[in-house]
Design a protein around this ligand. Structure first.
Ligand code: 4NP
Length: 162
């Protein structure tokens, strides 16, 4: 039996950090030939940008590293996410707090910070690049998301081996 693991990446607007995590992690499992084993999605705790494609700066930075994000559309977190996802991973503490305030008592999955899976990284949070000028903030998001994706993948392989 092949059991699917479902993972939801969450930031504020779902147009910068969480779509980056969505695209990077999806590419990683695709390269490993494991796409069918996972269901990946992303969402925002705020609804400001619902229906929009990722921010053009996010798309451009991701494309430079070979991650297509243009097919993604922003949506807001909703209560059914706590029934549908095994892992709900927040990009920063503020979004984790918001998710905890929504989380029903019966949630059996893992709710935590995405960067807890990043090895050798000092950051606990993926900094919000939305109000920064230039590319640096978006490159940093990609650097952190790539590291955390590798760590999350290793963690999931270990879990699967148990
Ligand atoms: P994200 O970035 O949470 O990484 O998608 C943001 C996008 C939009 C806004 C804030 C952060 N905003 O305030 O509109």
């Amino acid at each position: 039996m092949t059991q699917q693991t479902s993972i939801l990446f969450v930031c504020l607007g779902n147009i910068c950090r969480s779509p980056t995590a969505h695209g990077v992690f999806e590419r990683l499992i695709e390269q490993e030939g494991l796409s069918a084993r996972f269901y990946i999605d992303s969402a925002g705790t705020a609804a400001y940008h619902v229906g929009k494609a990722p921010d053009p700066r996010t798309q451009a930075a991701a494309k430079r590293r070979g991650y297509p994000l243009e097919h993604l559309r922003a949506r807001a977190v909703d209560m059914s996410d706590f029934e549908r996802f095994d892992y709900i991973l927040a990009m920063d503490d503020a979004n984790l707090r918001e998710l905890r305030s929504l989380c029903p008592r019966g949630f059996r999955g893992h709710l935590g910070l995405f960067l807890d899976f990043a090895e050798g990284v000092k950051h606990k949070e993926v900094p919000d690049p939305y109000y920064t000028s230039g590319d640096q903030g978006f490159e940093e998001v990609l650097d952190l998301v790539e590291k955390a994706s590798q760590g999350l993948y290793r963690h999931l392989l270990q879990e699967a081996g148990r």
